[in-house]
Design a protein around this ligand. Structure first.
Ligand SMILES: *Cc1c(COP(=O)(O)O)cnc(C)c1O
Length: 490
């Protein structure tokens, strides 16, 4: 050994424990202070070049420094330059706003440093409890199986895998691969891009996902779905699943889930619902009926990190039939070799239900959120966001220079600057530029999407902190920047 000081774990020594504690308290104060002044800050500001350069040129640290210096670097170079989704003016993408209890629970989870891949310990019971709660809230039986994952992208992928293994002789696909099996599935054109990527990753190929046209209300056209299934069968394909979306990412529409369930049942197809953010509307007595058909779904993907405000990341997949879920992922040998007692008991393990072995304790911050707020308050928050969205839609309809581009079902509003002087292409450019102006102003952060080929401004009211004033400020800014760019009022 060449070092003069002997190694003695990475923990503090002696007096250092008190320094650690004091620094921890300072970090907590910093984050609470920051939450309290959120509204006075810009929603978003670009990361300055000097800060970017510090990250891009920093060498690997060879000798350690103090925790205090690390905190100072975070406070100076990271904290002011986040995405902005905690801010009430953030409405560009479907991002949750987070909560303080979620933040604190995340610290506890890291403090415990639990690995929820498997084995017999209380954190696993917490995840099972939260999955059971989620299942019953969403119209699944208590016995349903489920798993926390990064987000709905992975949750949807897991559902595609389980569904494709649930076809006749489907478990053989685990060894032989899907090559040669003409499996095809269906989702509306408005489905999130991760569904097509899930087909790709599952080895089915993204062409195996048939995109069903939309009806006039941006929902899956049921007659078209039926025709496509029939046509695929006569062409020799093997339809195996249909994906309905509860809350589409562009306009927030809800596919006709009950009709899809009926077709899926008659055709013997797996019925999966992508409820990434929209499933949370089940917590509102007002919106729950629109999601009643979830009780007919075979599986559901949704996020706690979007409308449920749990800090990133916290996606969830629920599968009605626990046997089919485990059958698609468990590796038979390891599954059978689990102990009946001791630390290696407690099968099935979460690693039998998805692709991950090591897994963090995501369920703790969800437990914290549900236990601090309760489902009733979260349901009221969902209603509040939808009410703010309706306020925005009404404001848009009153403004002569704006037009509403899609009906408002939940919490997403799509609108567009209009002018008799400009062509559609010129309006596309104007809308896109104005959205960037508004984002860079720090006043609000809307985004854009395309509806019927036209570029539109999109505002998703997912943050529990957003109020009517925030959406009015956003509209004021859109109109102001449009005029600065020469828009003349009608
Ligand atoms: C956000 C979203 C996804 C993807 O979820 P992630 O958590 O970002 O992986 C999938 N589907 C819909 C409808 C979404 O809104």
């Amino acid at each position: 050994m060449t070092d003069d000081k002997q190694f003695s774990s990475l923990d503090p020594q002696g007096e250092e424990w008190e320094t650690l504690r004091a620094e921890g308290h300072r970090m907590l104060d910093m984050m609470v202070d920051n939450l309290m002044i959120l509204r006075q800050q810009p929603v978003w500001q670009p990361t300055p070049e000097t800060v970017r350069q510090r990250f891009r040129s920093a060498p690997v640290p060879k000798n350690g420094g103090s925790l205090e210096d690390f905190t100072a670097a975070f406070q100076q170079d990271v904290l002011p330059y986040g995405v902005g989704n905690r801010h009430p003016g953030f409405m560009g993408w479907v991002h949750g706003g987070g909560t303080a209890p979620g933040m604190l629970a995340e610290m506890l989870a890291a403090g415990l440093n639990a690995n929820l891949g498997g084995r017999d310990h209380a954190p696993v019971e917490v995840e099972r409890m939260v999955i059971r709660w989620a299942a019953t809230l969403m119209g699944f039986p208590e016995t349903a199986s489920g798993l926390f994952v990064t987000g709905s992208s992975l949750a949807n992928f897991i559902a595609v895998i389980v569904a494709s293994r649930a076809v006749k002789d489907g478990l053989a696909l685990r060894r032989s691969g899907v090559g040669g099996r003409p499996l095809v599935g269906y989702a509306a054109r408005s489905a999130h891009g991760c569904i097509s990527r899930a087909f790709d990753l599952a080895g089915l190929g993204s062409d195996a996902l048939r995109l069903v046209p939309l009806d006039g209300a941006f929902r899956m056209d049921i007659a078209a779905l039926q025709n496509m299934i029939t046509a695929d069968r006569s062409a020799g394909f093997q339809p195996f699943m249909v994906v309905g979306t509860a809350g589409t990412v562009d306009v927030g529409a809800i596919d006709p889930l009950a009709d899809i369930a009926t077709i899926a049942e008659a055709e013997g197809l797996w019925f999966h619902v992508d409820g990434a953010f929209g499933a949370m509307a089940a917590l509102s007595p007002y919106y729950r009926p629109a999601l009643a058909a979830l009780e007919k779904a075979d599986s559901l993907a949704f996020d706690f990190h979007k409308w449920a405000q749990v800090p990133y990341d916290a996606g969830c997949v629920i599968v009605r039939d626990p046997i089919r879920h485990a059958a698609a992922f468990a590796q038979t040998l390891s599954y059978l070799s689990r102990e009946d007692r001791g630390l290696a008991a407690g099968a099935p393990w979460f690693c039998d239900l998805g692709p991950d072995l090591s897994r963090g304790f995501r369920a703790l911050k969800v437990w914290a959120t549900l236990s601090v707020y309760g489902t009733r308050e979260l349901g009221r928050m969902v209603d509040h966001c939808c009410a703010v969205a309706r306020h925005l839609a009404q404001r848009v309809e009153r403004e002569p220079d704006l037009e509403l581009m899609a009906p408002v079902t939940l919490d997403i509003v799509c609108f567009r600057l209009r002018s008799p002087d400009l062509t559609n292409e010129e309006l596309d450019t104007l809308n896109a530029e104005v959205v960037k102006d508004v984002q860079e102003s720090g006043i609000a952060a809307p985004s854009t999407t395309r509806i019927n080929e036209r570029l539109v401004v999109r505002a998703a009211i997912v943050n529990h902190r957003t109020v009517n004033d925030d959406v009015d400020r956003m509209v004021d800014a859109v109109l102001m920047f449009a005029r600065q760019r020469g828009l003349r009022s009608a």
